[in-house]
Design a binder for this molecule. Structure first.
Ligand code: NAD
Ligand code: TYD
Length: 334
């Protein structure tokens, strides 16, 4: 197979490229990535130079670049997006542009070039918050942040290209990922690296918001399964089955690193903060999916990876990151 992976220099995309090239050594991958603040070629240092891997720097919103990138491609897996809720609250414009308009450009390319498969990587956040029970793929979308609204918008567009043009599209909606190479603005890598630097941990509100955590490698295996065996026109929820409150996650990190709880700094709640995410993944399970990693073991792997790879995150937590951090968490000292 010849794949175009967009956003492959980010967290999940880079893990996906590594997963695919290790599992299918005869596949070819083109990675089209704009290299925004979140894109990082260090994420693929071990892959760069392989004859069946090619990196192209470019924007999915640019139709000309996309039409060059899709030449000879069998399938597209679209990870490219603006992804951080806090940034979408501060500056939503780029979310609307990349997540919605960029998806439109890719869909037009699928249509024009007769691409055989298009996988849209979406999120459980499009459903919004649920107090009890779990969302299925038939649940209505009710996004709460400009980020999740932009992802819901792109999902709607993908669905419309299925209905109207019969394009071979599939959507995956995964829960919160964690693991190596995650940009340290997200809860788990931010808190691990802050603890390693003895910085305070900015915990929103009462810390009792719940997220369902999936190890990134398990999400990559699920996307691989959907790419090869998923049904066109379907949506697949990809849940980890590990619901934890933010305070539980924080305490695990502090325990693993042997640091005291007084590093926790409670801050004013995030506006529009979703209380709980929970999805039912039985459709994916019926395709044959089984997660390979238990939560405790995968969290230990993750903490160990950041401890052993300071070279990676110290570079990322640069001046630029500090500017964002001060804007987002003004009340917390850097
Ligand atoms: P990330 O922020 O780490 O990476 C995003 C990548 O997209 C970066 O490499 C960036 O340079 C690239 N990009 C951004 N705009 C682009 C553009 N206009 N053209 C080309 N490339 C562009 O994100 P991630 O956490 O790896 O998430 C990947 C996908 O998975 C996203 O679509 C996200 O919505 C979805 N998702 C993420 C999670 C999670 O927990 N991280 C959970 C569910 C779904
Ligand atoms: P995040 O990693 O931003 O993912 P999302 O909001 O997309 O689920 O946040 C996960 C949870 O952790 C969410 O409830 C917000 C909370 N959180 C904090 O309390 N402090 C932080 O500094 C961050 C980044 C997140």
């Amino acid at each position: 197979m010849k794949l175009l992976v967009t956003g492959g220099a980010g967290f999940i995309g880079s893990n996906f490229i590594r997963h695919i090239l290790n599992k299918y050594p005869d596949y070819h991958i083109t990675n089209l990535d704009k290299l925004t603040y979140a894109g990082n070629l260090d994420n693929l240092k071990d892959i760069d130079g392989r004859p069946n891997y090619r990196f192209l720097r470019g924007d999915i919103c640019d139709a000309k670049t996309v039409s060059e990138a899709v030449q000879g491609v069998d399938a597209i897996v679209n990870f490219a997006a603006e992804t951080h809720v806090d940034r979408s609250i501060l500056e939503p414009g780029s979310f609307i542009q990349t997540d919605i308009y960029g998806t439109y450009v890719l869909l037009e390319a699928v249509k024009a070039h007769g691409i055989q498969r298009y996988i849209q990587i979406s999120t459980d956040e499009v459903y919004g918050s649920i107090e009890q029970g779990s969302f299925t793929e038939a649940s209505p979308v009710m996004p709460s942040s400009p980020y999740s609204a932009s992802k819901a918008g792109s999902d709607m567009l993908v669905h419309s290209y299925w209905k109207t043009f019969h394009l071979p599209v599939i959507i995956t909606r995964s829960s919160n990922n964690y693991g190596p190479y995650q940009y340290p603005e997200k809860l788990i890598p931010l808190f691990i690296t802050n603890v390693l630097e003895d910085r305070p941990l900015p915990l929103y509100g009462d810390g009792l918001n719940v997220r369902d955590w999936i190890y990134v490698t398990d999400n990559c295996a699920a996307i691989d399964l959907v790419l090869h065996r998923g049904k066109e026109g379907e949506v697949y929820n990809i849940g980890g089955g590990n619901e934890r409150t933010n305070i539980e996650i924080t305490e695990i990190i502090l325990r693993e690193l042997g640091k005291p709880k007084d590093l926790i700094k409670r801050i004013k709640d995030r506006p529009g903060h979703d209380r709980r995410y929970s999805i039912d993944s039985s459709r994916l399970v019926s395709l044959g999916f089984e997660p390979q990693y238990g939560f405790e073991e995968a969290m230990q792997n993750t903490v160990r990876w950041y401890r052993e790879n300071e070279w990676w995150w110290k570079k990322v937590k640069s001046e630029d990151f500090k500017r964002f951090y001060k804007k987002a968490y003004g009340e917390v000292e850097w």
